[in-house]
Ligand binder design. Structure first.
Ligand SMILES: [Zn+2]
Length: 344
């Protein structure tokens, strides 16, 4: 099986091998086929079991048919949370000139603003739980290919976008406002011109999956006396986002596919289906989605009930929310469903 093109760039080799080397894994023997990276220069004596139950990116295996993994992938993707240093899945990192460096949140802004002359591999431990490094590609020449939990975040460096984000921060917009494009009325009234100008630069960027989320995550903010967590959790989402989350959680809750294959379901299957149908009018999108994931009658009934209580404008707003913030709403639906399952 071919590696996805985002994982390779010319002459730079497989980013996973660069990662393993930077972590100090030495190539011994002849190498061979590896389920995770495809073809490995490292020893491939371990079976798939060596990945352990912390591995949750089964859809990203380069050679799913191979029952062997290499020493490099074993070390780079696995490891218990008690390991010192911490497993890579819990760590954002950059590899430059063969060196592995941990990236703290504060380091990202500088990284995203510089134009390095040499290619590098960077990856964002979005949830600190998943094998984000499997999505990392080579960045350089003003093109970023940053690994993240669910995808490779690919975007071009744009000074106008970075400046727009800073301008919004400087008028007091919070990270959640910038990421969602929804600003409180007070702020809109006071700074309409600034917001409109900034949004012009951001409009196209919002279509690039997760790029703006990463930039906003990296944006340095002076928090006065509030901690980051306080601010992040107090971000208000627009009401249509909440409705979208409820609907998606209902659909997931009743899905027979989820019951059978929870890891695959939450590991990209559900999200890709949400995306696939998101251009349809809301009732059609949801009914297609329910068909695809095998949502049972009880949950389907709950969804119809919610839809029946909405007018067209509300439905359009929910569709728009789902399209604009698929990844975020998918993640929040997961949280919501966990709570739901806990109470039933
Ligand atoms: Zn490997």
């Amino acid at each position: 099986m071919k590696m996805p093109t985002t994982l390779n760039s010319e002459n730079s080799g497989n980013p996973l091998h660069a990662l393993a080397r930077a972590l100090g894994v030495e190539a011994r023997g002849d190498g061979g086929p590896c389920a995770v990276c495809g073809e490995s220069p490292f020893e491939t004596a371990c079976t798939m079991k060596a990945l352990g139950n912390m591995f949750n990116r089964w859809s990203r295996l380069a050679s799913p048919g191979v029952n062997a993994i290499c020493e490099g992938c074993k070390y780079a993707t696995g490891g218990h949370s008690s390991r010192k240093p911490r497993p890579v899945r819990m760590t954002s990192f950059v590899i430059e000139c063969g060196k592995f460096n941990v990236l703290q949140q504060a380091d990202w802004w500088e990284l995203l603003n510089k134009r390095p002359d040499k290619p590098f591999v960077a990856s964002w431990a979005t949830s600190r739980k998943k094998q984000h490094m499997l999505h990392a590609g080579w960045s350089g020449d003003g093109i970023w290919r940053i690994g993240a939990d669910e995808r490779c975040i690919v975007f071009e460096h744009r000074e106008d976008v970075m400046a727009a984000v800073v301008a919004l921060r400087d008028i007091g917009a919070r990270k959640g406002h910038i990421a969602s494009g929804h600003y409180p009325p007070k702020l809109l009234t006071a700074h309409r011109k600034t917001i409109e100008t900034a949004e012009l630069a951001l409009a196209e960027f919002r279509q690039k999956s997760m790029a703006l989320d990463l930039i906003v995550y990296a944006l340095p903010v002076d928090y006065d006396n509030k901690t980051m967590a306080d601010r992040e959790t107090s971000m208000p989402l627009p009401p249509s986002d909440h409705t979208a989350i409820e609907l998606l959680a209902d659909i997931a809750f009743g899905s027979s596919f989820r019951v059978d294959q929870g890891i695959r379901f939450w590991g990209g299957y559900f999200e890709s289906r949400i995306k696939r149908f998101s251009r349809l009018p809301l009732p059609d999108a949801l009914s297609n989605l329910m068909g695809e994931v095998g949502t049972g009658v009880t949950s389907a009934g709950a969804v119809s009930k919610r839809l029946a209580a909405m007018d067209t404008a509300e439905m359009n707003a929910v569709s728009e929310s789902i399209r604009a913030r698929t990844t975020l709403l998918h993640a929040l639906a997961f949280e919501q469903m966990k709570e739901k399952r806990g109470t039933k």
